[in-house]
Design a protein around this ligand. Structure first.
Ligand code: IMP
Length: 427
C-alpha cells in the first residue's frame, strides 16, 4: 500500500511516536496534517534522544520529505527552536515543507489560551496552553494569518493591522496587556525570512506525489477521543485527529488514505479533565503510572490511568475505519496481578450501545468489567508472538475478539526493536 495513516485510538500519548518512526523509515514523505505543538514525542535516533513537538517523525531520515500540511497550526518561534535544537545535535540537513495554507499560531493565541483557562476556573479544559484553540478559532472566523501570507510583507502588514485590534480587545477584556503591532510585525518578518524557503503549496506537492505512487505516511497527533466533534467534548482539542480528516487537512482525495493503523496502549491514559469510565485510582494506578512513565511529555502532568475500554475503542473503529491495531506498552501490565477490561457501558443498569455525546450522560456511565490473570513475567525481550506467556496471548486474543480488528503490532518495551510484527504488509 502506498499510503498509511496512523491514528491514536484513545486520548493521545498512545506511543504513536515509536510506530511512526518505524514506518517513517520506509516512507518517501511524512505528513503532519493537524494540531500543532500541543503534540509531543521523543525519538531515539543513532543513540541520541530528540524531543519533537511540531516536526514530523521523518525529520531525522535523510531521504524523507516532511510536511506540515494545510490543517496544522504552527507557532513559528517554536518551530524554529525545534529546528535549531535538531541542528545543535548534529543533524545538518532536514527536509521540511510548510503549507502556504497552514495557520500561523501567534503570541496572542497563547495569551488568550492562558487567560481563558484561568477565567474558566474549575471548568477549565486543561489545555496545553500553547494557543491551539484560539488559533483554530481564528482560522474558522477567517481572522488568521496563513503561512502563504508570510511570503508578502506588505500583505502580511495589512492582515495583521486588520486582525490585531480585534484580538487585543479580547485580551484586554481578560485583563491582559495589548500586543504592539510593530513588535509583532517585526518578529513575524524575521521568522518569515528564516522559514520562507520551506513554505510552499504542499497541496499540489502531495497530489503529485500521490499520483506518482510515492509512499506517504500520515502521522497522527493527539488521539481520536480528543477529536473536536467526536471526542469527549469539551475536554478535547480543537482539530480532528481522525484519519477521516486527513483528506480535508492535506488536499488529497478520500481514496488517498489506503490503510488506517490505530495505536492503543494496553491500558488507557488521559491528561486533563473529563469523564473516564475505566479509570483506576490509588496504588494500582500509581504502579502502572510509574512502570509506564505516565507523565506528560509536554506538561509533565501525571496522567490518569484506566483499564482498556472496549466500547470506546469500538466507537473509534466505527468512526475512523481503523483496519489494523498496534498495541503499545504491553510490558507495563506485568506489574499487576490481574487485568480488567471494560466490556460494556451501562446507564441505570441498562446496557447502551452508543458513545454518549454529552458529558452529563457520559458521567452516568458505569462499566462492566472482565477480569483476566496477568502474566507477571518480563516480556521486554520477547520478539515472537508464540514466545509471549499464554496469559499475555490470551489478553491479546480477547481484545481482538472484542474489537473485531487484528492486532498486527505489539510493543513490549520502548526500544525500536522491541516490537512483535505480525503483519508486514501494512505499508
Ligand atoms: P489543547 O490541544 O492544548 O487545546 O488541549 C486540549 C486537550 O487536549 C487537553 O486535555 C490536552 O491535554 C489534550 N492534548 C492536546 N494535545 C495532546 C497530545 O498530543 N497528547 C495528549 N493530550 C493532548
Amino acid at each position: 500500500m502506498s499510503t498509511l495513516a496512523i491514528e491514536g485510538m484513545q486520548w493521545g500519548d498512545e506511543g504513536k511516536g515509536k510506530i511512526t518512526d518505524y514506518y517513517a523509515a520506509k516512507a518517501d514523505i511524512v505528513v503532519r496534517s493537524q494540531g500543532g505543538n500541543n503534540a509531543g514525542h521523543s525519538i531515539q535516533h543513532n543513540g541520541v534522544r530528540y524531543a519533537l513537538r511540531l516536526l514530523p517523525s521523518g525529520i531525522l531520515q535523510k531521504n524523507v520529505v516532511n510536511i506540515l500540511a494545510d490543517g496544522t497550526v504552527i507557532n513559528p518561534a517554536s518551530l524554529l527552536e525545534e529546528i535549531d535544537n535538531i541542528h545543535k545535535k548534529g543533524v545538518e540537513e532536514i527536509h521540511l515543507l510548510i503549507s502556504t495554507r497552514a495557520t500561523v499560531l501567534m503570541p496572542y493565541h497563547i495569551a488568550l489560551d492562558k487567560a481563558r483557562e484561568e477565567a474558566l476556573g474549575d471548568a477549565k479544559i486543561g489545555t496545553t496552553k500553547n494557543g491551539i484553540g484560539p488559533a483554530y478559532e481564528d482560522r474558522s472566523a477567517r481572522l488568521s494569518l496563513r503561512f502563504g501570507d508570510l511570503l508578502d510583507k506588505e500583505y502580511l502588514r495589512k492582515r495583521l493591522h486588520a486582525i490585531l485590534p480585534l484580538k487585543n480587545k479580547e485580551i484586554v477584556a481578560y485583563g491582559g496587556e495589548a500586543f504592539e503591532e510593530e513588535t509583532l510585525y517585526k518578529e513575524l518578518c524575521e521568522e518569515a525570512d528564516k522559514l520562507a524557503p520551506m513554505i510552499t503549496d504542499t497541496t499540489s506537492y502531495l497530489q503529485k506525489a500521490y499520483k506518482e505512487g510515492k509512499k506517504i505516511l500520515f502521522e497522527g497527533a493527539q488521539g481520536a477521543m480528543l477529536c473536536l466533534t467526536y471526542g469527549t467534548f469539551p475536554y478535547v482539542t480543537s482539530s480532528s485527529p481522525l484519519a477521516t480528516a486527513i483528506p480535508s487537512n492535506t488536499g488529497l482525495p478520500l481514496s488517498a488514505v489506503n490503510e488506517v493503523l490505530g495505536i492503543m496502549k494496553a491500558y488507557t491514559t488521559r491528561v486533563g479533565e473529563g469523564p473516564f469510565p475505566s479509570e483506576i485510582f490509588g496504588e494500582e494506578a500509581q504502579t502502572i503510572r510509574d512502570k509506564g512513565h505516565e507523565y506528560g511529555t509536554v506538561t509533565h502532568r501525571p496522567r490518569r490511568i484506566g483499564w482498556l475500554d472496549i466500547p470506546q475503542l469500538k466507537y473509534v473503529i466505527s468512526i475512523s475505519g481503523v483496519k489494523h491495531i498496534a498495541i503499545m506498552l504491553l510490558d507495563v501490565l506485568s506489574v499487576v496481578d490481574e487485568i480488567k477490561i471494560l466490556t460494556k457501558y451501562t446507564i441505570d443498569g441498562k446496557e447502551i450501545d452508543y458513545m454518549p455525546a454529552s458529558l452529563w450522560e457520559l458521567e452516568k456511565v458505569k462499566g462492566e468489567f472482565l477480569t483476566l490473570p496477568s502474566w507477571k513475567e518480563d516480556i521486554s525481550s520477547v520478539r515472537k508472538y508464540e514466545d509471549l506467556p499464554a496469559n499475555c496471548r490470551n489478553y491479546i486474543s480477547t481484545i481482538e475478539k472484542l474489537l473485531g480488528v487484528s492486532i498486527d503490532l505489539i510493543s513490549v518495551s520502548p526500544e525500536a526493536e522491541a516490537t512483535i510484527i505480525r503483519n508486514h504488509n501494512i505499508f
